[in-house]
Design a protein around this ligand. Structure first.
Ligand code: PLP
Length: 294
C-alpha cells in the first residue's frame, strides 16, 4: 500500500482508500440516503466514542435504518482502523447507507446496508486562526426540520458553507425565525454580559459532541453559562462568538458580516475554554488504555 494512502473499511474488509469501490446504485450516492459520524482521535485514543456511537444510533433510528452492527462490532472495527492508521492523531469518518438497490424511493427489502469508514490525519485549526479568530457571515437557515440527524444529505450545508467561503469567511452562522440555530458544520456559542450562551438542542440543530464537551468544561471550571434561545440582536451584539466541532475544536469568530465581534480579538472566555480543551486532549493522550467501551 502507498504510505500516503488512507486506510478504509468497506463492508467487512480493510483496504487502501484508493481501492474502495461502491456501486453507483448505492442509495448514499443516488439519494444521500445515509448517516455519518466524524470522530477525532488523539494519540490513538478515540475521543468520546460512546457518545458518537449513541448519536449514530439516534441518526439511524431517525432514518429507519437498522444498525447493521452491534456496539461491540463497531468498537472492534474502530479499534482496528485506528491501529492501522498512519497517524497518532486521526479524523475518523464513518458512514452507513441504505445499501445498493434498483433506483426507487421506497426502502428496498432485504438489502444489506453499506458500511464505509476511513481514517485520515487530524487537521485542527492553525495557531494563527486560534490567535486571531476567524470570519463568519450570517445566513437564513434554509435546511430541513430534522437537523438533529447527522445525515449524508448535506447539500444545504454545502451551499451555505460555500456562500461563507465566497465571502472570504470560514463559516455561515444560521438564523431561523429570528433565532440562532447553529453553523453550517458547527455549533455556535456566544458571550453576553460575561455569560456563555448556547441554543438548546432541538430538531433544528445537530447535537454536537463538542457542544457537550464545551458545556462540561464550562461547568467544571465554574464558567457561567445558560442554554437558551438566542435572538439575532443578541448574536449581533455578542462580546464573544465561538464555533465548535470535532475537527475545529473551539474557535473564536472575531468578524461577523464584516463587523468586529467585541473588540475584534478572541475574548478571555474563549482563551480559557481553548486552554481547557487542549488540557483535556492532553489527558486523553496520556490515558493508559484506549478509552473505548461500547
Ligand atoms: C451542522 C453541524 N452542527 C454541529 C456540528 C458539530 O458537531 P460535533 O461537535 O459532533 O462535531 C457539526 C459537525 O460537523 C455539524 O455538521
Amino acid at each position: 500500500m502507498d504510505a500516503n494512502d488512507s486506510i478504509a473499511y468497506l463492508n467487512g474488509e480493510f483496504l487502501p482508500l484508493s481501492k474502495a469501490r461502491i456501486s453507483p446504485l448505492d442509495r448514499g450516492f443516488i439519494y444521500g440516503d445515509g448517516v455519518y459520524e466524524v470522530i477525532p482521535v488523539y494519540g490513538r485514543r478515540v475521543f468520546r466514542w460512546e457518545d458518537h456511537l449513541r448519536r449514530l444510533d439516534h441518526s439511524l433510528d431517525g432514518i429507519r435504518l437498522p444498525n447493521p452492527y452491534t456496539h461491540a462490532q463497531w468498537t472492534q472495527i474502530i479499534r482496528e482502523l485506528v491501529q492501522r492508521g498512519a497517524h497518532e492523531d486521526q479524523s475518523l469518518y464513518l458512514q452507513v447507507t441504505r445499501g445498493v438497490a434498483k433506483r426507487d424511493h421506497a426502502f428496498p427489502k432485504g438489502v444489506p446496508a453499506t458500511v464505509f469508514l476511513m481514517t485520515n490525519a487530524l487537521s485542527v485549526p492553525t495557531q494563527e486562526a486560534v490567535d486571531a479568530g476567524v470570519a463568519a457571515i450570517s445566513l437564513p437557515d434554509n435546511r430541513w426540520l430534522r437537523c438533529n440527524l447527522k445525515t449524508t444529505s448535506l447539500l444545504p450545508n454545502v451551499l451555505l458553507r460555500q456562500l461563507a467561503i465566497d465571502a472570504g469567511a470560514v463559516e455561515a452562522v444560521l438564523l431561523r425565525d429570528g433565532l440562532l440555530t447553529e453553523g453550517a458544520a458547527s455549533n455556535i456559542f456566544l458571550v453576553k454580559d460575561g455569560v456563555l450562551l448556547v441554543p438548546p438542542k432541538s430538531h433544528l440543530t445537530l447535537p454536537g459532541i463538542t457542544y457537550d464537551v464545551v458545556l462540561e468544561l464550562a461547568q467544571k471550571d465554574g464558567m457561567r453559562y445558560e442554554i437558551r434561545e438566542v435572538s439575532e440582536a443578541e448574536l449581533r451584539s455578542a462580546q464573544e462568538l465561538w464555533l465548535s466541532s470535532s475537527t475545529r475544536e473551539v474557535l473564536a469568530i472575531t468578524r461577523l458580516d464584516d463587523k468586529a465581534v467585541g473588540n475584534g480579538r478572541p475574548g478571555p472566555l474563549f482563551r480559557r475554554m481553548y486552554t481547557l480543551f487542549q488540557e483535556l486532549k492532553a489527558q486523553v493522550r496520556r490515558a493508559p488504555e484506549p478509552q473505548m467501551h461500547a
